[in-house]
Design a protein around this ligand. Sequence first.
Ligand SMILES: O=P(O)(O)O[C@@H]1[C@@H](OP(=O)(O)O)[C@H](OP(=O)(O)O)[C@H](O)[C@H](OP(=O)(O)O)[C@H]1OP(=O)(O)O
Ligand SMILES: Nc1ncnc2c1ncn2[C@@H]1O[C@H](COP(=O)(O)OP(=O)(O)OP(=O)(O)O)[C@@H](O)[C@H]1O
Ligand SMILES: [Zn+2]
Length: 507
Amino acid sequence: MAAILQAKDAEEWTYRGEGAVNLVLAYCGSSPHFVGKVLRIQKVPNDRHECENGHSALNNHESLLWGKFEGIVSAPTKEIVEHVYVQKVMCPLLGSEHVDAGIHVLVSRDFLEAVDNKVLCQRPSWRVDAARVNPLRDSVLLIADHSVFPHGSLKEDFCVSVEIKPKGGFLPTSEFIAEENAVKKRITRFKMHQALKLHQGKISQISQYDPLDLFSGSKDRIQRAFKALCLTPQNNFRIFLNGSIIFGGMGGTADNTSSAVAQSFHDGLKHVILAKDGMHIKCLVDLLTETIFKSGLLNRLLEVQKLDAIDIEGAIHAYYDIISQPCVVCRKIGGKRFSARYSSIHSMPRDDKVKIVRDYLISATAKDLSMMISFKSKINMDEESPHRAVFLEASKQTFCYKASFIDLDMKPLKKMEYYYQLDQQIVNYYVQMLKDRDVLDCDEPTQESLNACTSVKHGGKFFLFQANHNLRNDKLSEELKRKIWISFLFYEERCVNYFSIFQSISD
Ligand SMILES: O=P(O)(O)O[C@@H]1[C@@H](OP(=O)(O)O)[C@H](OP(=O)(O)O)[C@H](O)[C@H](OP(=O)(O)O)[C@H]1OP(=O)(O)O
Ligand SMILES: Nc1ncnc2c1ncn2[C@@H]1O[C@H](COP(=O)(O)OP(=O)(O)OP(=O)(O)O)[C@@H](O)[C@H]1O
Ligand SMILES: [Zn+2]
């Protein structure tokens, strides 16, 4: 392995994907040190003039939070803090067999600049506008490539791997949630956030996915979750064949499933799943359902997410005490009634408050991580294979699988204020929509709306139903679009079989 990666080495790395913070490259060369690995490189926002080189570690308040984990506070750089956080905090919680913390590889500025140039045309333009590779980094992370199956299989075999970003899988029950925000206790944050994202133009379609289905432990509901992810993958679902993406959005979101994508998806799956034409997607959904159901992989993740025990509406009060600032939330809502409610938090021993905030941040990592599950037909594995197996009844095939968690980054303490503000923005918008809906329920669809979508009569009321249709491109009035979306969002009963729509597009 070269001591420091240089500009010429950039040739051997190809674009794999990216999130808000990191760019990920897959290795296409032949060095045994790098085969089967990816590089995870931190980006820097374009609006930040000075590139940080990662040499600022934790501040005093953060040190208070993470001091109980050996090696975090003493870490000399932010990069090492992140690495130790994965090793010492997330790995024991999620299971070491499902986490690869990776190793640091030294890189030159030339290498980082060459990579930045090389991948520019493959990156989604909105990601390019937002951030670039940070050229001042001394090192980047080398991690196992979870989209290819590790050792023990034949080289010419096919491996399908699936990336799922499950998001938060439980409803909060905290006593600190204000009465006017009680909707949070019955509607998931994911669903409410979808409404806000639609309103802000960040997505063009509401996701059909419900995290509660995926985490339910019920086979039918897990299957429903995967069907929904197939239809509206956004940034929650991707499928790779031998490391190349065949379904979902690269580096960003994929709103819905186009027929072209569906075709290549089918063609790819044919290599792995022995099923009749048209049945491959259904088989993959069955395989994923069976794997999640039998493995209990999400149970442990859910427990980590539930470290957020009192919701941001409770944790924010502990946060202000930890940073020794007057509590902005108590000051804003004022009045004796409220100060009594939150005084139980403000009067806690400091260690308890530290634990609340630490657990909240760990939970935030667990609500934002992704899981990659790779599958390979067992026929092509050697007998000694250490991987677990799952049987797919529909194709009578046994698959080996390996599951890994990725994106286990520590969330910065200062993000607590942002979390509180975003939470309030999400719930306020949703509550406002609920009020709008009460008015809407009495409306009958107009001719214009009937032309634009399917109308569904339900419980004596008309609901407008939009199916696989991009409203943004339609010449409808803004008000009508809004009405259609609100109706769509609240149409809870799934009278249309989305999956069959998807099948017919792809057949
Ligand atoms: O707040 P959320 O739920 O929107 O999550 C953010 C993600 O948005 P999404 O999953 O699309 O809704 C967001 O993902 P995208 O950039 O939208 O792909 C990031 O993962 C962000 O984390 P960080 O700032 O990179 O540490 C995430 O922020 P955290 O809340 O996890 O800090
Ligand atoms: N170890 C890995 N093996 C295979 N693919 C990976 C691996 N790590 C990341 N990827 C791919 O790269 C993409 C971006 O990685 P990652 O989620 O770590 O970025 P991020 O910027 O930290 O994300 P976020 O926006 O959630 O903060 C992932 O969605 C996944 O497709
Ligand atoms: Zn307070």
